[in-house]
Design a protein around this ligand. Sequence first.
Ligand SMILES: Nc1ncnc2c1ncn2[C@@H]1O[C@H](COP(=O)(O)OP(=O)(O)OP(=O)(O)O)[C@@H](O)[C@H]1O
Ligand SMILES: [Mg+2]
Length: 227
Amino acid sequence: MLDVIHITKSYRSGRGHLKALDQVSFTAAPGQAVAVAGRSGSGKTTLLHCIAGLEVPDEGRIVCHGKDIFQLPEKERQQWLRTGVGIVFQSGNLLSYLTVSDNIAFPLQLGGWPRGDIVRRVDELLQRIALPHAGGALPHELSGGELQRVAVARAMAHRPRMVLADEPTASLDTATAAEVVKLLMGVCRQENTILLMSTHDQAVMAAADRTVSLMDGRIDNTPPGNR
Ligand SMILES: Nc1ncnc2c1ncn2[C@@H]1O[C@H](COP(=O)(O)OP(=O)(O)OP(=O)(O)O)[C@@H](O)[C@H]1O
Ligand SMILES: [Mg+2]
């Protein structure tokens, strides 16, 4: 179970003081997919980064499977990040100098998996993302949709309990976007993972079990028809 409780996060920058998130609360259960919607600048990426533990909120709590992420001692928090969370970043973020296989293996190496298990798991994931022969390729040799499938494989490789995907379909055509969403939904359902996907894409919202909408950093409870 994921409990996001009254998360507030401000930034100070050249533009002054900005409340990127203001008292955001919601919950998500294992096997449930939640779309996080909202205009550009509404706080979607900031929210996912806070939930992932990559950014520290000013106020509020993130409780996942009984762990209060920001109350954990630093070492345990790092451990939780390495093993419990998988992230598909907004800009893909594959390591350009590593092959597809090595990119997918990366979280497994961090997690100390034995070499034989890593090889088997990478193979299984390459099949699952329908790129069985792409293991030796470098990221620049793949298309945008293929790269996004590899990013999903890397995020789920270590069987995290929660997968966070930041606009996973942003730069894809409709058909390719549908494949990537199907892949993410499959992970969520089959591995009972909590899935959060930030998005502008109606198709992603339709595929998710529920949509949480943000407006200027706050949860927007306006019915969709009236926005
Ligand atoms: N590191 C930062 N320093 C200062 N301001 C920031 C920082 N990161 C984000 N912001 C600001 O916080 C607000 C929320 O940004 P965020 O990236 O979460 O929006 P978003 O909903 O993901 O937008 P998009 O759809 O364009 O990706 C924006 O106004 C942004 O300019
Ligand atoms: Mg964003």
